[in-house]
Design a protein around this ligand. Structure first.
Ligand code: SAH
Length: 390
């Protein structure tokens, strides 16, 4: 079936190497277009969506409310495929990390963090990351490619399946999703939007828009488009209160400055129907880098016009990094100043660091298409050599 020529799916890569269309990453509207094109009624889309994402069924023969003829047509030209799980590790604090194969030579990581009745899945959007933030392990792995919508939503499917969430007897484990795994979600706009709309869909995972968060380092043209197509919670990775420092930590800042980023986040909020919505400002605290009292005061004035809450993240170290975790004294001082200035501040507790599953530690296995990994490895072995010699 030559689907690509007839229909313009937002997920280009729905058609896999074997010529079959993978339905895993198709939103309700893409599936409805597909049904129409096959001469079927559009409502078949919601039936298929429910089978895949609410009942965990990947075999068309089990979709008993579809006619035999349609099931036959589907089996012939379509498939429902998730990436393969290579390994799964459990942390002593209940955090679980999966290594998932997405290419012959590349794997991504995803993490589940339980917290009382809440269960948050941290999902990856790219193999590696092109942004190269100086304090992030993913950036050091270089970049291979964007994940397809199937590979993004497939992470949720895999986790739900592993918790037996598809069986009606178990209670739901995954209540929240954060796009805070490997990659910059707004650099993979179409596939991320397609996958996130499946997360929100009542016929699929039916997650509340407040419990689905997209985190970005500030790809502004994409952020300006996001509010037109999706209503989810937004987190912005700021990490510095002025451009001079942020340029060093987040190179993308040289293109889009802090003030432009904050303006764009405000525009995003203004597109939301609920005027009480707030942006989460992420600020990773690094010892002697961005943790002074003066930084806290500067941050407070920079954020004055943005309805926001601030999430402080103690830096999580990884091999070869020159940065150190903030001291408790500096972190408390930073938090107290922002409190006094009237902000709601939370400190992100470090979870899963015994299995390298904490923020910024997700590195996966990236077959790097840039030269970054080679430079990082050279630096690592130079450091090891110095350590051995000294
Ligand atoms: N590209 C997206 C998602 C990144 S991961 C973004 O930039 O928002 C989610 C958060 O973890 C980001 O705020 C990121 O800056 C932060 N982070 C990255 N490395 C970290 C580290 N080593 N320690 C603590 N936080 C880190």
């Amino acid at each position: 079936m030559k689907i690509k020529e007839k229909v313009s799916f937002s997920t280009e890569d729905a058609v896999r190497g074997n010529g079959k269309v993978n339905l895993m990453g198709m939103s309700a509207s893409s599936l409805a277009d597909l049904m129409e094109m096959m001469g079927e009624k559009r409502f078949r889309a919601t039936q298929i969506l429910k089978w895949i994402h609410q009942m965990g069924v990947r075999d068309f023969d089990q979709m008993t409310n579809l006619s035999k003829v349609l099931r036959g047509k589907l089996s012939e030209g379509m498939e429902i495929v998730v990436p393969e799980v290579v390994s799964c590790e459990n942390s002593s604090d209940g955090t679980r990390k999966w290594l998932v194969q997405v290419e012959n030579d590349s794997c991504i990581e995803m993490v589940f963090i339980p917290e009382g009745s809440r269960g948050t899945l941290c999902v990856s959007s790219q193999i590696g990351c092109a942004l190269d933030c100086s304090f992030c392990a993913t950036g050091k792995q270089g970049f291979n490619r964007d994940l397809t919508a199937s590979e993004i939503i497939g992470q949720l499917w895999i986790a739900a399946d592993s918790f037996n969430q598809f069986s009606s007897t178990t209670t739901r484990r995954i209540t929240n999703v954060v796009m805070m795994g490997m990659g910059e979600p707004l650099m993979n706009f179409d596939n991320v939007v397609e996958a996130m709309s499946i997360m929100l869909d009542d016929h699929a995972y039916s997650l509340s828009k407040r419990r689905v968060t997209l985190s970005t380092a500030g790809v502004l043209p994409a952020l300006d488009r996001l509010g037109d197509v999706l209503d989810v919670s937004l987190a912005i990775s700021l990490h510095a209160p002025n451009d001079e420092l942020r340029n060093k930590l987040v190179p993308l800042n040289k293109k889009y400055s802090i003030n432009e980023f904050i303006d764009s986040a405000r525009r995003y909020l203004s597109k939301m129907p609920d005027s009480r919505r707030k942006v989460t400002v992420e600020y990773t605290l690094m010892d002697q880098v961005n943790d002074r009292a003066s930084h806290a005061l500067e941050l407070s004035s920079v954020l004055r016009e943005l309805p926001c809450k601030i999430n402080l993240i103690p830096f999580n170290p990884f091999p070869g990094t020159e940065f150190r975790r903030v001291s408790d004294v500096a972190m408390n001082r930073f938090r107290d100043i922002l409190h006094r200035e009237g902000y709601t501040v939370t400190v992100r507790t470090t979870r899963g660091d015994d299995i390298a599953a904490a923020c910024g530690q997700l590195a996966g296995l990236v077959n790097d298409k840039t030269r970054r990994q080679a430079r990082y490895k050279a630096k690592l072995s130079a450091q090891q050599a110095v350590r051995i010699l000294s």
